[in-house]
Design a protein around this ligand. Structure first.
Ligand SMILES: *[C@@H]1O[C@H](CO)[C@@H](O)[C@H](O)[C@H]1NC(C)=O
Ligand SMILES: *[C@@H]1O[C@H](CO)[C@@H](O)[C@H](O)[C@H]1NC(C)=O
Ligand SMILES: *[C@@H]1O[C@H](CO)[C@@H](O)[C@H](O)[C@H]1NC(C)=O
Length: 512
């Protein structure tokens, strides 16, 4: 009885083996690739203990009028906003005035029906602080992940209460979190056509949002503006910064006072970053010298494929992802259950982190009502569909637009927690060093200086002109979660032009 079952398994294993080995030598069928990459995206979501009810927030019918109640401030720019009154435990630290905190939707111009959800938290210190927008990566994960676990004004506890975060970035900035691309988090549409496939779509949506946001909040138009984010936002951020700069140059609308953009543990230049995996893994003793030599044999194929993909490729980029992802996969096959966001940690069971409280919190109907979310819209913590839709985009090089921004004096801060493998500091430092711009020589030659927080070295950085690189000690992929004090001080010093001035000075004028 057992024999037929065993026999049945053998051809199956062969099929899998043949298809995966042929993938690297013969022109691959894109079906096979998207299937295996799809599994990868799915696993990523499970590693964070997230279990969204929907694959994507494309909802064929929903009831808009459920959120058009009397409390909402409807503006002409397509923004529908609600003042938050969430109950939060502890002390906000704000004494001067009642905090203005908002959640809202922006009906995105030039789309079929896309609605972008955002939070806006007025600074707990001063309205004159810079406006900072944060973008979480994925692609396809909600920025609520950062809001509740990294740098938002409050955190969510096990019993689903909120407590003030003493190191929220709203302590030094007017802080915006957006759910994007469409279909992520609470952002939704009734049309599949609003799903984004590249940085042009993503950055246009963000640019139109920004225009509407400043129209609705004219008090902030003259504030300094900074774009920040993490991980896959290493793609979004340079594209968005370029889009803002173009909009300014072409007088498309409100002039945005873009001062800088900051990328935390990002993926920006895949050609250089994928090549750096084995060096990082070897230096951190995750793999042996012989593993290193063996895995490195794939680098030339990966490099070649990334070149083919370039900045606009499509199927060539999927092929590049397939070649290059194998380098990362081979390292994981050796390291086993390691948390690739933080190599000091193991993943327990299937979980690398547990962010499920956020999902439970935002799924409560009372919370949705408080946020002005229609009752029939679900929270999609991470969207598989949005993730897959961006597959062509993944291996494209987003470094290419950055030099033009630096030449305009727009600041770039690239920072990385030192224990992250997936978007490790080494790969990030290498692309930053390799970037060709007028200050390249001086940047490469710049000496390392300590990033000192509370009298202790919290990182090492180097700077020339508008460009700064910072390696953060004792942190993984999510720097503001692992080192909240250092991350907050990094933001404040950077946005006030004091990040790279001698630390003695910084101590004196820094009060939190
Ligand atoms: C939409 O929601 C409003 C407010 O809850 C309700 O009065 C209305 O009947 C709903 N419409 C539909 C078509 O369900
Ligand atoms: C929820 O947990 C917080 C601390 O994590 C505690 O202060 C609060 O009293 C708890 N609330 C309830 C209703 O148990
Ligand atoms: C600066 O630090 C980086 C990484 O920590 C290191 O690779 C580099 O050699 C250092 N540069 C100098 C000039 O010491």
């Amino acid at each position: 009885m057992a024999t037929p079952q065993i026999l049945h398994l053998i051809p199956l294993i062969l099929v899998i083996f043949i298809s995966s080995s042929s993938a690297r030598t013969i022109n691959p069928s894109s079906f096979h690739h998207s299937k295996s990459l799809e599994k990868k995206g799915h696993q990523l979501i499970k590693d964070l203990n997230l279990h969204p009810n929907l694959d994507v927030n494309i909802v064929k019918s929903y009831n808009h009028s459920t959120y058009l109640d009397q409390e909402l401030k409807v503006t002409q720019s397509g923004i529908v906003e609600k003042r938050l009154s969430l109950s939060v435990l502890g002390d906000s630290g704000a004494t001067v005035h009642d905090l203005a905190q908002h959640a809202g939707y922006y009906r995105i111009e030039h789309t079929i029906d896309a609605r972008m959800f955002y939070f806006f938290f007025e600074s707990r210190k001063s309205k004159a602080d810079p406006v900072v927008i944060w973008l979480t990566g994925g692609p396809g994960c909600s920025s609520a992940l950062a809001l509740f676990y990294e740098n938002g004004p409050f955190k969510v506890t096990n019993n689903l209460s909120l407590v003030w975060n003493d190191y929220g970035w709203d302590k030094v900035s007017n802080l915006i979190f957006v759910d994007q691309p469409t279909g992520t988090g609470f952002s939704y549409s009734s049309s599949n056509e609003d799903i984004r496939h590249d940085e042009t779509g993503v950055s246009n949506d963000l640019y139109f949002f920004l225009q509407a946001f400043f129209k609705a909040h004219p008090d902030y138009i003259n504030n300094d503006f900074y774009i920040t984010g993490e991980s896959y936002a290493g793609h979004y951020i340079p594209a968005f910064a370029t889009r803002v700069s173009q909009g300014n140059k072409n007088n498309e609308g409100i002039h945005i006072n873009l001062k800088g953009f900051g990328i935390g543990n990002g993926i920006t230049d895949p050609g250089i970053q994928y090549k750096s995996y084995t060096d990082y893994a070897l230096a951190n003793k995750l793999i042996s010298q012989s593993d290193y030599t063996k895995i490195n044999q794939q680098i030339p194929d990966c490099e070649e494929a990334v070149k083919e993909c370039g900045t606009t490729g499509t199927t060539t980029c999927i092929q590049a992802l397939d070649f290059c992802q194998q380098i990362f996969q081979d390292i994981l096959d050796i390291t086993g259950n390691i948390n690739y966001y933080d190599i000091r940690k193991q993943c327990k069971g299937s979980l690398c982190y547990d962010f499920s409280n956020m999902e439970s919190f935002l799924s409560q109907s009372s919370v949705k009502t408080a946020l002005g979310v229609p009752s029939d819209i679900d929270f999609v913590s991470c969207s598989d569909t949005v993730n897959q839709a961006m597959l062509n985009d993944w291996m494209r090089d987003l470094e290419v637009g950055i030099p033009a921004l630096l030449e305009q004096g727009i600041e770039l801060l690239v920072y990385a927690g030192e224990y992250d493998l997936i978007c490790n500091w080494l790969g990030n430092l290498r692309w930053v060093d390799a970037m060709v711009w007028s200050g390249q020589k001086n940047f490469v030659a710049a000496s390392n200086v300590s990033f000192v927080v509370n009298g202790k070295e919290a990182g090492v950085m180097k700077n020339y002109g508008p460009l700064t690189f910072l390696k953060v000690h004792n942190a993984g992929h999510m720097v503001p979660m692992d080192q909240p004090v250092a991350a907050l001080r990094m933001l404040q010093r950077w946005t006030t032009g004091k990040l790279t001035t001698p630390s003695k000075k910084i101590h004196k004028d820094f009060h939190l």
